[in-house]
Design a binder for this molecule. Sequence first.
Ligand code: 6GU
Length: 232
Amino acid sequence: MRIDVITIFPDYLAPLGLSLVGKAREQGMLDMRVHDLRDFTHDRHRTVDDEPYGGGPGMVMRPEPWGEALDAVLTEHADPLLVIPTPSGGPFTQSLATAWAARPGMVIACGRYEGIDARVADHYAAQAEVVPVCLGDYVLAGGEVAALAIVEAVTRLLPGVVGNEASIADDSFAPGSMEGLVEGPVYTRPPEWRGHAVPDVLLSGDHGRIAAWRREQAERRTRDMRPDLLEG
Ligand code: 6GU
């Protein structure tokens, strides 16, 4: 899979050289390239933003550098997908991650939170699938942290990236796992730590009882932490 990230803070994406994503890149399963938006400016100050038309606080990203960067990068993609992290996007979910992992690639356009001139998304909708996405109900200073999350969520679903394929099928939010529930608690050795014992059932060897217990724990945890998932 090919992923291009365009940002004014290329160093923000450095963690994508580490761990699972870094390994996927080394092994050739992921071709990820980070581009500095300022390389697509032409003025002495490498300007990327300006005051909002209509007034108001903050700055808006000018369309010209985005146009030059996206013209250069999107043409490298066969079936172009343009992802725009923004607090005004639709929710980024496991089902989007799964759909995107099956595509040849994507371009992620990181703006500052006041946003990119809206004509950019409109313009590229004629030649790409343009998807504004949001991670959750809070405001980040820019799209870079969201790009990290999106790249990691998608990359770990690529065939051969996570060692244990079963651990993907079992994910909270994975379709079919414990449908619509978050995972309950997990334990490893030692059987007792600082006076806290591992629940007996997990040491029983009775796979039926263990599965039933895990299901009940997942339901309890979902009720406590994510009651929103139980509606409907
Ligand atoms: Cl995707 N972008 C920004 N700037 N803030 C966010 C977000 C994205 N998701 C949650 N907060």
